[in-house]
Ligand binder design. Sequence first.
Ligand code: GRF
Length: 192
Amino acid sequence: MSRKNLIVFASGSGSNAEKIIEYFNDGSLAKVSLIVTNNPCAKVIDRAQNHGVDHWVIGKSDLSDSKFIEKLNSVNPNLIVLAGFLLKIPEEFIRAFEGIIINIHPSLLPKFGGKGMYGRHVHEAVISAGEKISGISIHFVNESYDEGKIISQFSCAVKENDDPDSLASRIHSLEHEHYPKTIEKLLLNGSV
Ligand code: GRF
């Protein structure tokens, strides 16, 4: 049986994208066949190149463009994985890839989700609210920011002396550990 195709979308560093590439590299279940980014300077491009994975740089309007959607469809993705992708996913794109787009969010949704809640902003808000626990949420993507069905959540402590950077680093470790495994489970369960 041929390996399932993962397409990872990322706008910045791409450390999650790289963990996913590495996790599936040695196995027979799946492979990251393509990285898509909206940022021509993103570090994720170097990471993709280091692993010999193709990348495409796209513009915002591509996501709702039928020609782009067709081109992406021709890669036959089994799963589209958003990992730090900052553009809003338009309805046309969601309809075209219904049920096979997932995202990771660095908080325990529905807390600290929605427009403007990304990266450092999330951790600042968690600390300002005096939360004792934070974590990550992996969820399907629908038209509303961070509101799609939750697939899995994992938590960690917010320590008394945490600043947004120290919390971000704990959250990143959690993401690196669980995003690839959650993707593997989805693929094995046959739900995508
Ligand atoms: C992660 O914290 C993820 O939860 C969020 O964006 C960040 C991306 O980090 N959506 P990286 O680019 O994978 O290092």
